[in-house]
Design a protein around this ligand. Structure first.
Ligand SMILES: C[S@@+](CC[C@H](N)C(=O)[O-])C[C@H]1O[C@@H](n2cnc3c(N)ncnc32)[C@H](O)[C@@H]1O
Length: 440
């Protein structure tokens, strides 16, 4: 196989698996990379991520260039066009080389007719680029590769921030680290990273957060194997401020896997009486155990449905409960751009019922005077303030704990009726919502 084809064909195949099967891009890449030479894997990964990231922008471009809807193209050809358009946008390879390689890939993976179409479309794109870019500039949703349902949700929920959030979601997420504050500080760890040749800075508002200048392999991080640092977005790290952990408390992490927040809790307060890390997904719970082992942290783990305490709870109330609920995950689109292809408006409608069930069950296990923190990595009002509003209308013993009273809360995000919303891109963080409720 010619070098131009060797990485581009598997990249297009991974994208086509996402289109055909609704698989996640990471799962699709696992399938495809199993038959690709190891040294090509980073290129396959970056081409397929770039193609998926720009998918809805490319759909708009193809709509301008094609006489029929782009959705009617054979998935592999549609995927290949997004790989090539991403490369042309990225401008790291000469235009002619991108077009030639795409035509060759079309011939190798599809057929001669597809190769002709790919050739004609990409050449026309290059000829009409100025007109096409002007069309994109007039349409922020298309420009920032947002599907219509996402743009509509943002305009409805965050009218003043919609374009800014769409732009943020169209970027690549930075790599944030959480350092184990029992053993070091963000400042000290960032200095050790710089000594190791890795550019980094500590985030002054969250003393255990460190931002790397560029993503790197975790094995290159000093002390990673010993749990000195862990990969965790800045937004997720902020949940600790709402929990206000105190010595001797019993803590339930109700939706724990893969355990980022369980480890954060254990690091933030080493004198807790107990941490119970629960998750419905037994396989994902294994990752919680791995994270705890690496960080030399103690917590019990249990595979169980947090919404059905009767099946597993011993009846001893918890002082702190974190419900880091399953959600639409729109706040982490920068990291998982395939979310834009795999979710729909209908999916968003289903989430609040799931979240409310977990919130109600969590509340039944909370001690009087205890605190429940509800969090999501999304920004839809229905999944955040809407879930809390409905819950608060059902119970008589819950009081929202105003974010202004959370000790040391960093000023990152905006106040929401019951909690605090970090919108994607703010301070370099992913989107994250968190609110605390106190039981009378
Ligand atoms: C947003 S993720 C949690 C991320 C995790 N807290 C962290 O910081 O690493 C949501 C988790 O909820 C789990 N989950 C979904 N439904 C659940 C249920 N009924 N009971 C317990 N866990 C559930 C999923 O398996 C998933 O691991």
């Amino acid at each position: 196989m010619r070098p131009g084809v060797a990485a581009r064909l598997p990249a297009a195949e991974a994208v086509a698996i996402v289109l055909n099967e609704g698989a996640s891009l990471d799962d699709a890449l696992r399938v495809v990379l199993a038959r690709v030479a190891t040294e090509l894997a980073p290129t396959v990964r970056s081409l397929s991520y770039g193609a998926i990231r720009g998918f809805f922008r490319h759909a708009k471009l193809l709509g301008e260039l094609l006489s029929r809807p782009a959705g009617r193209l054979e998935p592999l050809v549609r995927a290949l066009l997004s790989v090539a358009l991403y490369e042309l946008e990225d401008r790291r390879s000469p235009d002619y080389a991108v077009v030639d390689a795409a035509v060759e890939v079309a011939r190798a993976g599809a057929n001669a007719r597809a190769a002709g179409l790919v050739n004609a479309l990409l050449r026309r794109y290059l000829r009409e680029r100025a007109r096409l870019d002007a069309a994109l500039a007039r349409d922020p949703a298309a420009r920032f590769a947002s599907p219509a349902w996402l743009a509509a949700r943002l305009r409805a929920d965050w009218p003043e921030h919609a374009s800014q959030v769409m732009a943020a979601l169209d970027t690549q997420a930075p790599m944030w680290l959480r350092v184990d504050a029992r053993r070091t500080t963000g400042e000290a760890y960032a200095a050790s990273l710089r000594e190791a040749g890795l550019g980094a800075r500590a985030e002054p508002r969250v003393p255990y957060a460190v931002l790397l200048d560029a993503p790197c392999d975790v094995q290159a991080l000093p002390g990673f194997a010993a749990g000195l640092a862990s990969v965790q977005d800045l937004g997720a790290q902020c949940v600790a401020f709402a929990l206000d952990l105190q010595p001797g408390q019993r803590v339930l992490d109700a939706c724990a896997a893969p355990g980022g927040k369980t480890a954060l809790i254990a690091e933030r307060q080493s004198a807790l009486h107990q941490i119970l890390a629960l998750d419905a997904d037994a396989a994902r719970l294994e990752r919680v155990r791995d994270n705890l082992r690496r960080g030399q942290l103690a917590a019990q783990t249990l595979a169980a449905d947090a919404g059905a305490p009767a099946n597993w709870w011993d009846g001893a109330p918890f002082d702190r409960i974190l419900v880091d609920a399953p959600c639409s995950a729109l706040g982490v689109i920068r990291r998982h751009p395939d979310i834009r292809l795999r979710r729909s408006a209908a999916d968003l409608e289903k989430m609040p019922r799931v979240q409310e069930r977990l919130l109600r069950a969590g509340w039944s296990m909370l001690a009087s005077g205890g605190r429940l923190v509800y969090s999501t990595c999304t920004f839809t009002h229905a999944e955040n303030r809407g879930v809390l509003a409905r819950f608060l209308s059902e119970v008589t013993d819950a009081d929202p704990v105003p974010p202004a009273s959370w000790p040391d809360r960093p000023d990152i995000g905006v106040a929401d009726p019951y909690g605090w919303q970090i919108l994607p891109g703010e301070a370099g963080a992913d989107g994250f919502y968190y609110a605390a409720l106190k039981k009378r």
